[in-house]
Design a protein around this ligand. Sequence first.
Ligand code: GDD
Ligand code: MG
Length: 192
Amino acid sequence: MQSNVKILKTEILSDNWYILKKITYEYLKGDGKKQVQTREAYDRGNGATILLYNREQKTIILTRQFRLPTFINGNETGMLIEACAGLLDKDNAIDCIRRETEEETGYKVTNITKVLEAYMSPGSVTEMLSFFIAEYTNEMKITAGGGLEHEGENIEVLELFFDDALRMMETGEIKDGKTIILLQYLRLKNLL
Ligand SMILES: Nc1nc2c(ncn2[C@@H]2O[C@H](COP(=O)(O)OP(=O)(O)O[C@H]3O[C@H](CO)[C@@H](O)[C@H](O)[C@@H]3O)[C@@H](O)[C@H]2O)c(=O)[nH]1
Ligand SMILES: [Mg+2]
């Protein structure tokens, strides 16, 4: 399909950690007129997230960690309950999420299923997130998890009853988009 967009100029506003770009482009509108627009886009690569669930126990595994951007926007403690997630490195999404699951939750899961992909903040962040689910058993817990010390990660691992997690979504105790999508996915497909 032919694109209606021609990039005219790309400026790097920051490459301090990830990359913030300012892009000027020409956009061909439906009425045939051209319009020049400028938008900023934050590029931190793509990511993956996973919800571990146990059908017998009717439980799931989540994490809790400090998220600075939420702290400066209304989250009093900055602590956020989330499905395990990580940015993709060079490897593909499945390898990445398998490694991330082990690092953050301590579970070595085998059968991982990809369920969907989504742009999580399409007006400002380039990232596309791949969503996965996997069944876990208590025997799969091989380390404490908690994330990588040298990356400054300090991640608490939570095992919750699925019904409690659904309630926490309604009370606002769970407020993370990817986590809500995955919880609703499990419910929609009657997996728990
Ligand atoms: N020094 C420094 N470290 C940073 C910065 N930004 C992120 N980091 C660190 O880089 C590491 C990235 O860890 P990952 O587990 O790979 O990523 P994530 O932060 O969990 O991101 C996941 O969740 C996000 C929030 O839902 C998602 O946006 C993202 O796609 C991914 O799935 C973390 O240790 C984080 O603290 C920064 O500006 N400076
Ligand atoms: Mg992470």
